[in-house]
Write a protein of this length. Sequence first.
Length: 282
Amino acid sequence: MPSASPELISPRSPRVLAARRLAKRNFRGKERLFLAEGPQAVREAAAYGSTLTELFATVEAAERYADIIGEARAVGARIHLASEQVIADISTTVTPQGLVGICRFLDTPFEEILRTRPKLVAVLAHVRDPGNAGTVLRCADAAGAEAVVLTDASVDLYNPKAVRASVGSLFHLPVAVGVPVERAVAGLRDAGVRVLAADGAGEHDLDAELDNGAMGGPTAWVFGNEAWGLPEETRALTDAVVRVPIHGKAESLNLATAAAVCLYASARAQRASGGCRSVTES
């Protein structure tokens, strides 16, 4: 960082106040900007390209993460040196890591996702917890899903907790937001995707679906609310309601764990020659 760069030390600086407002959903929506906190998120934002517009960094963080500062500057982001107090005021975490980026919204129109003819999609219907939403997005990314869809009744994709929980995956794959669940299911079906509802009371067993080779085609998984799952009207829209089998004594799986199991099951089946067969077959 050039030694002549002024250091922001006042929490009442206009730039700092503007950044702090992005912790609130209504300001994020108005400005179409969100916060990316910590080196991992900022690095991914810089790698994505034009989404990163500004970066606040303590002097220590700017020296420690000089490569990230360079990547941010290379994509045209404005760099602000800031005191630790300023970073703490902007950050939404208890222990800030010295870097906070401001990014443009990057959600993808649902129609654009459909045009790609995706093979694996995660649909979050009525998911309200931002940590769960971000974790499912991360699981979808890891499993090789080609898109994530958040329905209009789900949490804000750009909630700081959701962004942190995605651990950078938000910048890796297309995400559509605000899509009515009926439109999401109908659009995916028209694109040749089999739509499955994940529900602990589903009549179809995930293991059986894998064993009979039914999981090898393009698939979208619909995941419901953390507390009450998917309503009957949503389950009725899908091609099948599938449960993750519980082989032990656990009462159930939480949303993110169930999503990881379902998405990886589909990923495995799609990568297997001729679909997925039972391991007991010769």
